[in-house]
Design a protein around this ligand. Structure first.
Ligand SMILES: NC(=O)c1ccc[n+]([C@@H]2O[C@H](COP(=O)([O-])OP(=O)(O)OC[C@H]3O[C@@H](n4cnc5c(N)ncnc54)[C@H](OP(=O)(O)O)[C@@H]3O)[C@@H](O)[C@H]2O)c1
Length: 254
């Protein structure tokens, strides 16, 4: 799995051209979902791009009220591909841990429709319930994650179980880009706050999925491999944790 991806929620201004440009720039992981409205644009971008399908990592999701197997087939049709790399349960259903959805995804994986299967917006309790019932550990938990909203307990749990955390809203949907600590660290490294947030994730071993429609943002968000946050930077950022969620209130999983 690439260490950095492109989020496509609300990437609705000319999705096809933006994703094609992102692929040209070097993005190799694209995250979408059936309800983002970006699948058709991504399909068009894949069709017009020179990048080999085998070099791309496509992530999409099944909604909690869908049949997971049928939904996987729908997602493949929407993306115009024969398989994706990762299918996620978008969020746990209102009751239970989504075991029926999980069984549908297992079948889809066994039939070659997806390489890996995982979850999104799952708490540790949700993941424990799924693992106990199915005997299989999800490959990924995609959750909201930034220095302002994250969980050491979740990080330890996922590291202990070999679950990759994918960070959504890693730029806090821009809400915290003016944070003083973040700004100071960015200035020290002659980088931007967005660079620091993306780099913080990568150094934690978490895969950030920043979304950008603006081409300058798209380019900027890839320029994170020419500097390293110091231990003191990592610690100062981690101390900013207030379980912040850009959805309002505090993180549901922490
Ligand atoms: N699994 C889930 O339940 C779930 C939930 C939410 C999101 N996600 C995924 O995670 C992705 C990212 O999360 P998100 O879209 O909520 O928020 P985000 O990536 O934290 O923030 C996106 C916002 O940041 C701006 N931006 C991008 N790069 C910037 C830069 N270098 N400097 C300043 N501003 C910048 C974007 O502007 P422009 O677009 O104008 O460039 C956009 O307004 C989503 O697109 C989606 O793929 C998953």
């Amino acid at each position: 799995m690439p260490v950095l991806g492109l989020g496509t929620w609300q990437l609705t201004d000319d999705t096809a051209d933006t994703v094609k440009t992102a692929l040209d720039m070097g993005y190799r992981l694209i995250d979408t979902s059936g309800d983002y409205g970006t699948q058709a644009g991504i399909a068009a971008a894949l069709g017009s791009s020179d990048v080999d399908r085998q070099d791309l990592y496509l992530v999409t999701k099944v909604e909690e009220d869908e049949d997971a197997y049928d939904a996987t087939r729908d997602r493949l049709r929407e993306l115009d591909v024969e398989r994706v790399d990762l299918m996620l349960i978008h969020r746990p259903p209102p009751s239970g841990a989504g075991v029926d959805l999980w069984r549908g995804l297992q079948q889809a994986r066994d039939d070659g429709l997806t390489v890996d299967i995982g979850v999104s917006n799952y708490s540790i309790e949700d993941m424990n319930a799924l693992i106990e019932t199915s005997g299989e550990v999800p490959a990924v938990n995609q959750i909201e994650w930034s220095p302002f909203g994250w969980s050491q307990t979740m990080l330890d749990y996922c590291n202990g179980h070999g679950i990759v955390i994918q960070a959504y809203s890693p730029l806090t949907r821009t809400e915290r880009l003016d944070d003083e600590t973040l700004q100071e660290i960015a200035v020290h490294h002659d980088k931007t706050p967005a660079h620091v947030l993306i780099r913080w994730n990568i150094q934690l071993g978490v895969v950030p999925l920043p979304k950008a429609n603006n081409l300058d943002h798209l380019r900027e968000n890839l320029a994170v491999f020419d500097f390293e946050l110091r231990e003191e930077d990592m610690r100062r950022l981690e101390e900013r944790n207030e379980h912040y969620s850009s959805l309002g209130g505090s993180l549901a999983y922490a």
